[in-house]
Design a protein. Structure first.
Length: 106
């Protein structure tokens, strides 16, 4: 099961799974993390392990359509730029953007 975790413009983490967006909900007692669908009236959720590397529980029954690919790509580019900039502050912004696009569209 593939999923992505991105940083939104508000610098909050957002999980993307099957074109649906989930926002961080809470840390569970077990150490796992619960993510809820961003639509307030939708009860879909997923859970990841504490390092956010594996989905351990999925309840993705949504009452709405998924986000468009364009929408998600935009978000993802922003998130990746931000992360790249944090990792290597010497990279110039135009280079960062080029790398990010290459990674996504190649
Ligand atoms: Zn939903």
């Amino acid at each position: 099961m593939e999923f992505n975790i991105i940083n939104t413009t508000k610098n909050r983490e957002c999980l993307i799974f099957r074109n649906y967006k989930f926002h961080f909900s809470r840390n569970l007692v077990s150490g796992n993390i619960s993510w809820r669908c961003i639509k307030k009236d939708c009860s879909a959720y997923v859970k990841t392990n504490c390092s956010k590397s594996t989905l351990i529980e999925i309840k993705d029954i949504h009452n709405h359509e998924p986000n468009s690919i364009e929408d998600l790509n935009l978000l993802e580019v922003r998130g990746k730029c931000k992360r790249k900039a944090c990792e290597d502050l010497n990279l110039r912004p135009n280079k960062i953007i080029r790398i990010t696009h290459g990674a996504i569209f190649m």
